[in-house]
Design a binder for this molecule. Structure first.
Ligand code: PYC
Length: 325
């Protein structure tokens, strides 16, 4: 029985985590979205079945941190799958950790073998390689920096709440499949014990960036020195619904690579190891697509682990059937 309209629908999901960040892939029981491109199907999903999104990822079945991935038949028969990513508040163009989780899920189901797999997303195709050791490399959509060293004025409430008295933050606006504001200007150490302050600080930045000319930015990325041997940087990424990314964020790492490529601080093909706020790692590298325009194609490598195979029950009689939101 299909979800979205009928009572007591059953939805089959596979849960995984990629560097600590969870992904829930809907493998059966999702809404019918037609046969268009993933961008077309996202529109149908958003306009006609948004409560299904909420039912899958929000409480009581999920949590703010969970990213959903609706597995779709691809429009192009040469692609292995199509996918639409979603979260507690809406939809993602692309999702790096989620793509790694999706490939691990398809491998777990025996639907794919090691090698390259084309995946369709609403913002373009990506090529995911299931490596022999089980890790996954994602050749992401073209990524670029839109604006360098943008000065953002904060609302000044941080001094009272422990995020420092900084009222101006300079950072870059960049695209890596989602939109990011990236800055190293943070008075709070990038440590797990400081999560609450980091969330508050980045939320203030998000509001200010949106109000000051960049409404498209829905992720904020702080970066700084790594803690572990062999890593090149550490980050903290605030996601659109105020959850923080436990992984180093694939699209955020892509945006960072675009900034480093534009600044000439990372060479084409060189590896850049990024540590998340919990210490999990992705390895990134890039190739140029258009050096003059600063457009790159990043490749992000990481690993995912399956955590559950489940059937979700969507009972219309349940007052919280469609999630708490
Ligand atoms: O890995 O791209 C990513 C991502 C976006 C939001 C959460 N994770």
């Amino acid at each position: 029985m299909r979800a979205g309209n009928k009572a007591s629908a059953r939805v089959q999901v596979i849960d995984s985590h990629t560097g600590g960040e969870p992904t829930r892939v809907v493998i059966a029981g999702g809404p019918e979205l037609g046969r268009g491109s993933m961008a077309d199907r996202l529109k149908v999903f958003r306009d006609q079945h948004d409560r299904f999104r909420s039912a899958i990822v929000n409480e009581p079945r999920g949590s703010d941190v969970l990213v959903g991935a609706l597995l779709c038949e691809p429009a192009n028969p040469e692609a292995s799958a199509g996918v639409i990513f979603f979260n507690n508040v809406g939809y993602l163009g692309m999702c790096g950790h989620g793509t790694i989780g999706l490939i691990a899920t398809l491998a777990h189901l025996g639907r794919i073998q090691p090698g390259k797999h084309r995946l369709e997303t609403p913002v373009g195709d990506v090529i995911a390689t299931l490596n022999e050791d089980g890790s996954v490399s994602v050749e992401n959509v073209p990524s670029f920096r839109k604006a360098k060293a943008v000065a953002i004025t904060l609302d000044g409430s941080g001094a009272k709440t422990g995020t420092g008295d900084r009222i101006e933050v300079a950072g870059d606006v960049a695209y890596g499949g989602n939109w990011f504001f990236l800055t190293k200007e943070c008075d709070v150490p990038l440590e797990f014990s400081r999560i609450e302050q980091l969330i508050e600080f980045t939320w203030r930045i998000r509001r200010a960036v949106n109000a000051q000319g960049f409404p498209e930015v829905d992720h904020v990325e702080l970066f700084g020195a790594p803690q572990g041997a062999g890593a090149h940087s550490r980050n903290f990424v605030l996601c659109p619904g105020k959850a923080y990314d436990r992984s180093p964020c694939g699209t955020g790492t892509s945006a960072k690579l675009a900034c480093m490529a534009a600044d000439g601080t990372l060479a084409e093909g060189a590896e850049h190891v990024v540590e998340s706020i919990i210490g999990s790692r992705f390895t990134g590298k890039f190739k140029w697509v258009d050096r003059e325009k600063g457009v790159i194609v990043p490749t992000i490598t990481g690993s995912a682990h399956i955590t559950a195979e489940a059937t979700l029950m969507l009972d219309e009689q349940d007052p919280y059937c469609w999630g708490i939101h």
